[in-house]
Design a protein around this ligand. Structure first.
Ligand code: ZN
Ligand code: ZN
Length: 410
């Protein structure tokens, strides 16, 4: 037996006046999602807990079967893992931007004119802190103006605040400890020294003279955010002997799956945005399924549409996900495969933010107790046979159907 878990990022919503009181899911054309609901068992799911708006990073850990409240250690390391960077337990990793700040340390452009940071890869490959030579520092430009920073050494802590003010026109922040531990105080100090050092190094870089001649802003600062350690989890491969694969573009989702021991895949035309080619992802899932027990298929766009407050766009993304599921319904051997469809959280298109409402879940496959629910939505699934579960409970339910969970007791 095999399973495919389809996760529509921020797919669930609240009823919207502009849709005559329907949610985008209820208003969308989604015959394939409805087929899964009709042929399966449905329910609703509090991904972290009732009334707790989940971040995508914590939510995906929960969907992978982990207790996010226990294992979550910040976003930075998940992103770095997802970008293929080596991050080990005890390391502290950050996401960051190359930026332009003025003489007073005020951020003028958080993205330094969307500079292509890969040109600095070599230049930043040897960064040493004078006061903390024992800490290994890795600075790795990733996509566009973004980078990852990994600190390695004894006694570091991820419980420190960002140096990124998250807005233009504000001063670079000092990183502060978020608890009273010695480790947090020391790590904040290290980050503040690193921020100074990277600012100096970037200011000296010859590219800035050239950029000035071309009328471009200088690249003279690095802003860091989302300090994190790898989540404290045991890979599903070790815990349950599950061979898992992840088809996703979004770095945090890829990072959570990598922490779970999954192999990572992407797909041609998959962008992580509203313009993504979702069917292309389904093709990859179909191709790799024979090699795996479980494929985790994530599609981002619906969440982006909600953050932009655009219900029509959200409906179009839902219809893409429906087409993707339709592709799978036609081609997968359903005597041998389970499929779950759900979301990592509810994103309110009115509030343009994640909210704590539960998400719908539908699960079809050879031996599920099919219920009366015949459509896939926030309200219809609430009447289903799965009832109301927590996010971390979904994976055990699926692994049990795959025969991968041992009997408790004897
Ligand atoms: Zn999300
Ligand atoms: Zn979001």
């Amino acid at each position: 037996m095999k399973a495919i878990i389809v996760v529509g990022d921020g797919l669930a919503d609240r009823p919207l006046n502009s849709l005559s009181g329907k949610t985008p899911l209820e208003a969308a054309g989604k015959e394939n999602l409805d087929t899964v609901a009709r042929e399966g068992i449905c329910g609703i799911m509090d991904v972290i807990g009732p009334g707790r708006p989940p971040g995508s990073d914590a939510a995906n850990l929960a969907l992978l079967g982990y207790d996010a409240l226990e294992c979550y250690r910040g976003r930075g390391a998940l992103e770095a893992l997802g970008a293929g960077i080596d991050v080990r337990p005890g390391d502290v990793a950050f996401r960051g931007n190359f930026a332009y700040v003025d003489e007073d340390g005020v951020v003028v452009d958080r993205r330094a004119g969307r500079v292509e940071g890969s040109i600095f890869t070599e230049y930043l490959s040897e960064v040493r802190l004078e006061s903390h030579p024992e800490v290994e520092v890795k600075v790795l430009p990733t996509l566009g103006h973004r980078l990852a920073v990994v600190l390695r050494g004894e006694g570091l802590s991820w419980r420190i605040s960002d140096t990124d003010p998250h807005r233009d026109g504000m001063r670079i922040k000092k990183s502060m400890p978020l608890d009273s531990s010695q480790e947090s105080r020391r790590t904040a100090e290290i980050v503040n020294e690193l921020t100074r050092l990277l600012g100096e190094m970037m200011s000296r870089h010859p590219i800035n003279r050239e950029r000035a001649e071309r009328g471009l802003p200088p690249v003279n600062a690095v802003l860091l955010r989302g300090a994190g350690e790898p989540p404290a989890v045991k890979p599903l491969s070790e815990a349950h002997g599950v061979r898992g694969a992840c088809v996703a573009v979004t770095p945090t989702v890829r990072g959570a799956c990598r922490a779970a021991g999954f192999d990572l895949y992407t797909a041609p035309g998959a962008t992580g945005g509203v313009d993504t080619d979702a069917v292309s992802k389904a093709r990859v899932a179909e191709r790799i399924l024979p090699e795996y027990d479980l494929v985790y298929l994530h599609v981002k766009g619906a969440d982006n549409a909600s953050h932009d407050g655009d219900p029509e766009l959200k409906i179009r993304v839902i219809e893409k996900i429906d087409a993707m599921v339709g592709y799978l319904l036609e081609r997968i051997d359903w005597d041998e495969t389970y499929m779950a469809i759900t979301a990592d959280h509810t994103t309110s298109t009115r509030a343009k933010e994640h909210v704590g409402d539960p998400v719908p879940i539908a699960l079809k496959g050879p031996e599920v107790r099919v219920d009366e629910v015949d459509s896939f939505s926030e309200r219809s699934c609430a009447r289903g046979g799965l009832g109301r579960i927590r996010g971390k409970e979904l994976m055990p339910i699926i692994l049990d159907l795959l025969g991968k969970v041992e009997i408790f007791g004897s």
